[in-house]
Unconditional design. Structure first.
Length: 314
């Protein structure tokens, strides 16, 4: 049966970790999904199960170049997200955030599509405010090795708000905090994937520093719920809105939980703390709670179980 008024939704970076989950979710809600990705930090494996779906299209395309399409909504996720990926070609990382935003905003302007930006907690830099609220302006080094990512994302936010003020675009800016789940990269050096891979291989678990630093981890399904709620929120809710899980765990607790869930004989070993490693990172999600009625639902243990099952089958 032909469904009337299906929305045509563009997801840039749709073959990535978060993008592939988003494409799946949008298809399940009976939309047409167009995924564009240059596969810079992902492979088609993440979306191979979607390729036979008649409502799904994949186009290999780099968002730093213009693209002309007819769409109703745009989710702009294209950008390598982990330091190993974004520092490989830092100039390209800034171009992806900035030229990518300009092209997608130009597309949104022409088609009058609502547009969502995947921004990041990294716009807060090394914060002096805990937990971070959206009105905190951040403390970012403009010339360091992380700047290509942090400043690229900050400039993309600037562009979103100027297209909103100057051209009346309907924008939705999410600031995403550490997220984990199936299809995250096994080798990107992030703590959740490192610990799971080490535990599954029976290797030592490498804790940097004393392991008392804390992080808050959001399971991917919760985050995608947040994306969809923000996108469908009233027009005047532009964001930025923090999306993340405020439950804090020490890195040591994370290591112990992973060992418990995987089983096996891995031991904890301690390695030097990287330079500039934040002691704590935690989102303040009051705005998301109050205005989107959104709070993460999936406890760390449950999310880790699903993620471990994914890595076991790789
Ligand atoms: P990812 O690396 O798995 O996905 C990013 C995707 O963008 C990849 O498929 C990559 O190939 C694609 N891409 C990169 N440059 C491109 C370009 N020039 N043109 C087209 N496609 C391009 O990372 P992810 O974790 O899924 O992150 C998705 C978005 O969410 C990113 O914008 C990231 O900055 C943001 N984010 C993620 C997290 C997190 O915890 N995963 C946290 C904060 C923000
Ligand atoms: N753009 C695009 N697809 C479109 C419309 C615009 O990729 O459907 C790109 C185009 O390359 C342009 C950019 O978006 O450079 C910004 O568009 P805008 O209309 O804001 O600016 P202008 O065209 O005036 O530079
Ligand atoms: N970390 C660790 N062992 C690892 C990888 C990371 O102890 O094998 C620590 C890291 O020093 C940091 C925390 O885990 O304190 C989170 O690191 P990640 O790179 O995943 O995220 P971010 O620092 O960006 O929050």
């Amino acid at each position: 049966m032909k469904v009337a008024n299906r929305r045509r939704i563009l997801v840039t970076g749709g073959a990535g970790f978060l993008g592939s989950h988003l494409c799946e979710r949008l298809l399940n809600s009976r939309n047409d999904v167009l995924c564009i990705d240059n596969l810079y930090s992902s492979t088609k494996d993440n979306i191979v199960h979607l390729l036979s779906n008649p409502n799904f299209e994949f186009q290999r395309h780099d968002v730093t170049f213009p693209v002309y399409l007819e769409v109703d909504e745009i989710y702009n996720l294209a950008c390598p997200a982990s330091p190993i990926h974004y520092q490989r070609d830092p100039v390209q990382t800034t171009k992806t955030s900035v030229h990518g935003a300009i092209n997608m905003l130009g597309l949104a302007k022409r088609t009058k599509a609502r547009i969502f930006q995947a921004s990041t907690s990294e716009v807060y830099g090394d914060p002096e405010v805990h937990p971070q609220t959206e009105d905190y302006w951040g403390r970012v080094n403009p010339i360091g090795v992380r700047s290509c990512y942090d400043e690229g994302k900050r400039c993309a936010e600037t562009l979103f708000f100027d297209y909103h003020r100057q051209h009346g675009l309907e924008i939705k800016v999410a600031r995403i905090f550490n997220t984990y789940g199936p299809r995250m990269h096994p080798n990107d050096g992030r703590v959740v994937s490192n610990f799971i891979v080490q535990a599954l291989q029976g290797n030592d678990i490498t804790i940097y520093g004393d392991g008392l630093q804390t992080r808050s981890f959001c399971y991917v399904d919760d985050l995608i719920d947040g994306f969809v709620s923000l996108m469908s929120s009233p027009r005047d809710l532009t964001g930025p809105v923090n999306l993340g899980n405020p439950s804090e765990f020490t890195i040591r607790e994370l290591a112990e939980t992973v060992i418990e869930l995987v089983g096996g004989a891995s031991r904890l070993v301690f390695r030097p703390l990287p330079h500039d490693d934040p002691k704590q990172r935690q989102p303040d999600i009051s705005i998301a709670k109050e205005q989107l009625d959104w709070t993460p639902q999936i406890p760390l243990k449950e999310g880790l179980k699903n993620t471990i099952a994914y890595f076991r089958d790789l």
